[in-house]
Design a protein around this ligand. Structure first.
Ligand SMILES: *[C@@H]1O[C@H](CO)[C@@H](O)[C@H](O)[C@H]1NC(C)=O
Ligand SMILES: *[C@@H]1O[C@H](CO)[C@@H](O)[C@H](O)[C@H]1NC(C)=O
Ligand SMILES: *[C@@H]1O[C@H](CO)[C@@H](O)[C@H](O)[C@H]1NC(C)=O
Ligand SMILES: *[C@@H]1O[C@H](CO)[C@@H](O)[C@H](O)[C@H]1NC(C)=O
Ligand SMILES: *[C@@H]1O[C@H](CO)[C@@H](O)[C@H](O)[C@H]1NC(C)=O
Length: 870
């Protein structure tokens, strides 16, 4: 089934014809960053549209990073390490993105992950380094490396790993930089900031975040047309959470070649997912182990991780079987554990989860103000949607007939995100799919009412709060807030309700400054009734921001127009403003050019300073990001240098074996036949030296030492290798040389005959006598040279360097060939209509096979085979 959808996706994109419209080769990477698995897809002109494979050819990549003896591991290897080194293996980090260090999700995370989550400098979640990951940094000079990883850094490492996989696919020269990342629709701005920071630390550039439900909807629309609008719920039960997205699909345009997807509502349960089921299943295993063997294992992270891995395995088996037997070796104190779990037993302990898996659908419908009857189908995605218990609960809730399995439940989100990225990058021609998503939370804005100067009571000014973006607001919404202010002021953005348990509501403090100075300038310029306008934005990626604030006024009094002109140029061209203003060229007038008549009011717009502070969960600062990025780059460079050393060490070792084998081979081996005793002795001596160096010193040696040793061996082997190659190529080179002698001789014979005939007939031939004499001379010289050296070469013993190099032979043969070709390709003289002798036909090829007998000792067969090359 998977491969069917995969084919479908590939076929559909072929018809969409993904090709770059620019000559600059560009790629877009899409990443579906899940709690358990990362799926990624690279869009590249000319390459098939598919998911990226992990190093072990898996279509999904474990979201893990680990350290083993200071070496970094990724993917499944990193995850597996947790059963032996639980403190050095970091997984399920999505739970921790953008959460404050005291959030409720952290004890939850620690109920299955034995890692020490501590506050970062920003009071977000950081993880204390295990012994293996901190060991390398310990010796650093410039103060010890931090003892913790910010979660963003660990996620960045995983993203950088994915990037490296993509670079392998794209080819070294290709730039893999632009990325689209999926996030759950419920991600708050804190969480979005965290993933955006991780993207940056990984050396990638965020094109957009896309809600995963919307990404699946895009994937669904990729292969379909919607002459009638359709409405579906994209249901995604993942590892960490469950989401439902109500979306309407409508065709657009005469040919229905565009699709508009409108998200109508979302519902979610942040903690209902596969991981919660694993947790419960492991609890059963732990209790049974403790009961059976009479020992407590909860404080033993290795034992707990072994049973954690086992619980995940059992859950998968129980999806297809009604019971599963479990056997884990040496769980604790060398005690092996075996048990049997039934699907019924598993479902009993998860009975309360049924409603939690279904509730997001009801919530999404509520949020959309729709009912089940308005829905055409529920499109199932996410690993947990394949669990029989979850499926049964869904069927009971919405009716079996509404459940649709018409997208690839693992890959639809990443493939949809990839198409979204291709659309955004504008480098590709793609199916036109527009998506309009919504805000998951109410965002409000507060500010102090301006204190009235007449108010002598001294009462502090009132705080005014209003909804900036209501829950359900469209992504990409821009609004203008207008204020009458004389002084600097602040806008405080906050969530109306906490976006998570024990998560703060304060979002941004935006200070608008420079008001007094700018207003003074406006007054000076004759502006009246100035107001402050702040633009607020809920972006396509779901970020709230204040892109700009301006002071604005109309200029009514024409007597001041001259003043204005003096201050800001003529007020109609911003370019002139820039050149006449000595300070910030940011003053411009938005008055239309036609407004030259004094009576027409002119607008005056001056930008104000906007500075943002993060009152609660802050994203990484610029300096902090720089440092973290440097740490990652350094780590990658060290790893690359270790890998290079390892490679050179292996190459040298392999080479030593090869030389040893050559030296030990029998007398018929070309190496022995073509080498001298003394050469072999020297090589053998050197090999002995290098081997003993290798066995005693290799562990401390550096890359260049391995290269040096190999080079010293190669210096002794190379002459022999060269000799063998020369002797091998000699017959072929001789063949070619003789062939051109032969061609040239045949050509000369024929041409001279023709010349004689032409002279006799008094006509002008194609070739002058001197031309033919020159060729003859070149041919003679070549023949003489060849004969002389071939004789010498034949007298040489097999184990001496050849006296004549095949390169030289080929070069001389080529000279003769070129000379001959020049004549052959010479245009015949103009045809005389009366001629009739047929003398003027163009010679295509100088020779005929039946004249072969004229050349001495040459094989005629070669001519036919070389024929076409002339
Ligand atoms: C919800 O839908 C009903 C019926 O279509 C409509 O009357 C009502 O105003 C809607 N409510 C909101 C909040 O959109
Ligand atoms: C805006 O900020 C910059 C840098 O802090 C400052 O130099 C400039 O004067 C400010 N402009 C206004 C209008 O306050
Ligand atoms: C205000 O006007 C003064 C004098 O022309 C100028 O130097 C300054 O840059 C202006 N300030 C702003 C914020 O436009
Ligand atoms: C010699 O003349 C014959 C007959 O015209 C022609 O076909 C042939 O190509 C000529 N050969 C050369 C080498 O010019
Ligand atoms: C020389 O070339 C001919 C034709 O290509 C080939 O049949 C023959 O085997 C070659 N001889 C040698 C010694 O390579």
């Amino acid at each position: 089934m998977n491969s069917f959808f995969r084919r479908l996706a590939i076929l559909s994109l072929l018809s969409i014809s993904l090709f770059s419209s620019s000559t600059l080769a560009t790629t877009v990477l899409a990443i579906d960053y899940g709690s358990d698995f990362i799926k990624a897809s690279l869009i590249k002109p000319g390459a098939p549209f598919d998911v990226l494979l992990d190093k072990d050819s898996k279509r999904k990549i474990r979201s893990s990073v680990a350290w083993k003896n200071g070496e970094r591991l990724f993917g499944q290897d990193a995850f597996n390490l947790a059963t032996r080194f639980p403190k050095d293996s970091y997984s399920s980090l999505k739970y921790l993105l953008g959460v404050p260090a005291n959030a409720d999700v952290i004890p939850y995370y620690n109920s299955f992950a034995p890692l020490a989550v501590v506050p970062s400098t920003r009071f977000t979640a950081a993880i204390r380094k295990g012994s293996s990951s901190s060991s390398r940094g310990a010796g650093e000079k410039n103060g010890a490396a931090p003892a913790t990883w910010d979660v963003e850094e660990l996620v960045a490492m995983q993203l950088a790993y994915v990037r490296a996989l993509a670079v392998d696919v794209a080819g070294r020269g290709e730039r893999v930089q632009d990325v689209v990342v999926t996030v759950p629709a419920f991600f708050s701005q804190f969480e979005r900031d965290a993933i955006a920071d991780a993207v940056e630390l990984a050396g990638l550039r965020l094109l957009a975040l896309v809600n995963d439900g919307a990404a699946v909807a895009i994937n669904y629309a990729m292969t379909r047309q919607f002459p009638q609008p359709e409405r579906h719920i994209v249901y995604d039960a993942g590892a960490a959470s469950t989401r439902a997205t109500v979306a309407t699909f409508a065709g657009q345009g005469k040919k229905q070649d565009a699709t508009v997807i409108t998200v109508n509502g979302i519902g979610y349960d942040r903690l209902a997912g596969g991981t919660e089921l694993d947790r419960r299943l492991r609890e059963v295993l732990v209790e049974e182990f403790e009961h059976k063997h009479g020992v407590g294992i909860r404080d033993d992270p290795k034992a707990m991780m072994k049973l954690w891995k086992e619980a995940e395995r059992l859950k998968a088996i129980l999806s297809a079987n009604t019971e599963a037997s479990s056997r884990v070796e040496s769980v604790f104190n060398d005690i092996d554990f075996s048990t049997k779990v039934t699907r019924q037993g598993f479902e009993n302990i998860c009975a309360d989860m049924n409603l939690r898996f279904v509730q997001p659908i009801y919530d999404a419908l509520d949020n959309a103000n729709l009912s089940l009857a308005d829905i055409d189908s529920v499109i199932l995605t996410g690993g947990a949607s394949r669990i029989p218990m979850v499926r049964a609960a869904l069927a009971a809730a919405v009716g079996e007939e509404k459940l649709a399995m018409n997208v690839n439940s693992d890959e639809a989100a990443v493939l949809g995100a990839a198409l979204h990225g291709a659309t955004l990058s504008r480098q590709f021609r793609t199916k036109n799919i527009k998506i309009s998503d919504i805000a998951p939370y109410d965002v409000q804005v507060s500010y102090l009412a301006e204190a009235k100067s007449t108010d002598a009571s001294g009462a502090s000014p009132r705080t005014i709060t209003s909804l900036a973006f209501a829950k359900g607001s469209r992504t990409g919404t821009r609004k203008t807030l207008t204020f009458r202010r004389k002084n600097d002021f602040s806008l405080a953005f906050s969530y109306k309700e906490p976006p998570g348990s024990e998560v703060p509501v304060e979002l941004l403090d935006v200070r608008i400054s420079g008001v007094a100075e700018v207003l003074a300038n406006i007054t000076e310029a004759g502006g009246v009734d100035p107001v402050i306008k702040a633009t607020i934005l809920f972006s396509d990626s779901g970020f709230v921001s204040v892109p700009e604030a301006i002071a604005f006024a109309e200029i009514k009094d024409d007597s001041l127009a001259g003043k204005l002109k003096g201050l800001f140029g003529d007020g109609s061209s911003s370019a002139e403003d820039g050149s006449t203003s000595t300070v910030d060229p940011s003053v411009s007038s938005s008055a239309p050019k036609a407004a030259k008549t004094p009576a027409t009011p002119k607008d005056l717009t001056i930008p104000l300073n906007v500075t943002v502070k993060f009152p609660s969960v802050a994203p990484m600062g610029l300096e902090q990001k720089r440092e973290a990025r440097q740490r990652l780059i350094k780590m990658e460079a060290e790893e690359a240098s270790i890998a290079a050393r390892e490679e050179q060490r292996n190459i040298l070792e392999g080479y030593m074996y090869k030389i040893r084998d050559l030296l030990e081979s029998d007398s018929q081996h070309p190496f022995v036949r073509h080498s001298q005793e003394s050469e072999r002795r020297a090589l053998s001596r050197e090999l002995k030296d290098v081997s003993s160096w290798f066995h005693s010193r290799a562990d401390d040696a550096q890359t260049k030492d391995f290269v040096e040793k190999r080079t010293s061996l190669e210096a002794l082997e190379r002459p022999i290798v060269h000799r063998i190659k020369e002797l091998e190529e000699f017959p072929q080179a001789l063949n070619v040389s003789q062939m051109w002698n032969w061609h040239a001789r045949l050509f000369l014979g024929e041409a001279r005959e023709n010349l004689t005939a032409e002279e006799r007939a008094g006509t002008t031939g194609r070739f002058a006598k001197t031309e033919l004499d020159e060729l003859e001379k070149a041919l003679r010289e070549h023949e003489t040279w060849l004969n002389e050296w071939v004789e010498k070469q034949k007298a040489m013993p097999m184990n001496y360097d050849p006296v004549i190099e095949t390169g030289e032979m080929r070069k001389r043969a080529k000279e003769l060939e070129t000379h001959l070709q020049r004549l052959v390709q010479k245009k015949p003289p103009r045809v005389r209509p009366s001629g009739g002798g047929g003398n003027s036909r163009t010679i295509q090829v100088p020779l005929h096979t039946d004249e072969a007998g004229k050349s001495e000792g040459e094989s005629p067969s070669e001519r036919t085979s070389r024929h076409e090359e002339l």
